[in-house]
Design a protein around this ligand. Structure first.
Ligand code: AMP
Length: 224
């Protein structure tokens, strides 16, 4: 039978450093799913000096969360754009998860799954503090695990790589504490809703991708 596969609509859940952004970029390329990263959108707004960027900056610098109302307004516009998508870094609070449910219901776009990607605390800290990012595309590298061919230069577009200001050890600890307090309750939220699946974020990037594709039933990499 040739029944078309329903569009994939995924939430990536998990602590900072688990590899959500890295895996989201891989799935974006393999499956043609649009990655919607709240962190990337916010960083672009900060760089452009927009009103949203000015409001969000102090929260981001301290490792806390940007207020829900700003994030929800920003994401409602994004969700309307595509039929299939991968949400990276949203929702991060129960209020955001409820707003997402309401928006998807209104748009008639039910979620396929909430994918929890996790790793141990020492591993998360090691990953975050060695990370280098292309601020233009959000693509990230790591000193140790995934170094670019030339130090501090993006393999793809030759652009400069920078270390995120919130990847310093003090801010990383604060971000992990924020995750435990505000975001970890979403694991239970999505478990109760019956949409939670888990993938171990430890190991090589390609192995995590394989596990991820298996878990969401997209092993063959067919377009979403
Ligand atoms: P990320 O790139 O996902 O680690 O996000 C970087 C920072 O942006 C976070 O530490 C928060 O300050 C802010 N941020 C990103 N997504 C959200 C969200 N869904 N809700 C609130 N703040 C967010």
């Amino acid at each position: 039978m040739n029944a078309a596969k329903p569009p994939l609509r995924l939430v990536f859940l998990g602590p900072p450093g688990a590899g959500k952004g890295t895996q989201a970029k891989v799935l974006e390329e393999r499956l043609g799913l649009r990655q919607i990263s709240t962190g990337d959108i916010l960083r672009r707004n900060v760089a452009e000096g927009s009103e949203l960027g000015r409001k969000a900056k102090p929260y981001m610098e301290s490792g806390g969360l940007v207020p829900d109302d700003l994030i929800i307004e920003m994401m409602e516009a994004e969700l309307a754009k595509d039929d299939a998508f991968l949400l990276d870094g949203f929702p991060r609070t129960v209020a955001q998860a409820r707003a997402l449910d309401a928006a998807l219901l209104r748009l008639g776009k039910p979620l396929t799954a909430a994918v929890l990607i996790d790793a141990s605390r020492p591993e998360l800290v090691r990953r975050l503090t060695g990370r280098w990012t292309n601020p233009r595309t959000g693509r990230s590298y790591h000193d140790e695990f995934n170094p670019p061919k030339t130090a501090k230069i993006d393999d793809e577009d030759g652009g400069p790589l920078v270390q995120r200001p919130d990847d310093t050890p003090a801010v990383v600890n604060e971000r992990l504490a924020t995750y435990d307090e505000k975001t970890a309750p979403l694991i239970e939220y999505y478990r109760k809703a019956g949409s939670l699946v888990r993938v171990d974020g430890l190991g090589k990037i390609a192995d995590v991708t394989s596990a991820l594709l298996r878990t969401i039933g997209a092993e063959k990499g067919a377009p979403a």
